[in-house]
Design a protein around this ligand. Structure first.
Ligand SMILES: CC(C)(COP(=O)(O)OP(=O)(O)OC[C@H]1O[C@@H](n2cnc3c(N)ncnc32)[C@H](O)[C@@H]1OP(=O)(O)O)[C@@H](O)C(=O)NCCC(=O)NCCS
Length: 220
């Protein structure tokens, strides 16, 4: 289990393979509960709904955890545990989440904003295709439980995700990295969060959702 060492030591990367079936069962249950709670508490913040996802089968939740194109970062409440304790993730308190998909490259007929669709976002990433290209990632599902907000948890989740995908894109020999996300224009907390993390607003066809991007040239 990868722990992302931050000042608060609270960020973990959810493994998408290698667990025992019992552990997997518990992880799926924890993942499902956290996601459904987010959709219930903040319905306007996401591109999906509680009504849609409550109908997901165990296999659908499992495929989300095991999706080779996705990385899910978790913020854990570790106030009651010793910093050196290794508590199994499924038994920890998940108080924040963030998922990042990718990398992909744009092909003919695609733009940044339709690079990722529900249909094309579950395959094994083609790292070779990213070489000398713009590695595109999409950030989604950013959520911190209301009782844990304004403690910098979302900021640390975003920072850990950016750091991780930047390393991956560099390793794959990408010439550039672009992380995209969409945010409801009325969601000022989220807009501020992303601006603070270095995302810039770009124009987008949808009026109630704003596209934002984080970009860096990796090689010259
Ligand atoms: C948006 C959200 C993830 C922020 O989580 P958080 O852990 O409270 O955020 P942080 O404490 O890391 O805040 C980081 C920065 O974001 C901005 N921010 C966060 N909450 C804010 C708020 N309520 N009002 C204004 N700015 C806010 C600030 O710039 C803050 O930096 P600062 O505290 O130094 O001023 C959280 O409010 C949430 O889960 N909202 C519901 C779901 C959602 O909107 N997700 C985003 C979908 S695009």
């Amino acid at each position: 289990m990868a722990r992302y060492r931050t000042a608060m030591n609270d960020i973990y990367l959810l493994p998408n393979g290698g667990q025992s079936s019992d552990e997997l069962l518990r992880l799926v249950e924890r993942y499902k509960t956290t996601r459904l709670t987010a959709l219930q508490l903040d319905p306007a913040a996401f591109g999906s709904t509680y009504t849609r996802e409550i109908q997901f089968t165990y296999e659908t939740w499992l495929s989300r955890i095991q999706n080779p194109l996705s990385k899910t970062f978790l913020s854990i409440d570790s106030t009651n545990t010793n910093q050196t304790d290794e508590i199994p993730l499924a038994q920890s308190e998940w108080v924040g989440t963030l998922t990042v998909l990718g990398p992909k490259v744009t092909s003919e007929g695609t733009t940044l904003w339709n690079t990722f669709t529900r249909e094309n976002s579950t395959h094994t990433p083609d790292l070779a295709a990213v070489r000398n290209s713009n590695a595109i990632y999409m950030m989604a599902g950013v959520f911190v439980h209301p009782g844990y907000r304004r403690q910098g948890r979302a900021q640390r989740l975003v920072d850990a995700a950016v750091k991780r995908v930047r390393e991956e894109a560099k390793f794959a020999g990408a010439s550039r990295i672009t992380i995209i996300l969409q945010v409801n224009t009325e969601n000022q907390a989220a807009v501020r969060l992303y601006e603070t993390a270095g995302f810039l607003a770009v124009s987008n066809e949808k009026t109630d959702w704003r596209g934002m991007t984080w970009e860096e040239q990796l090689t010259f």
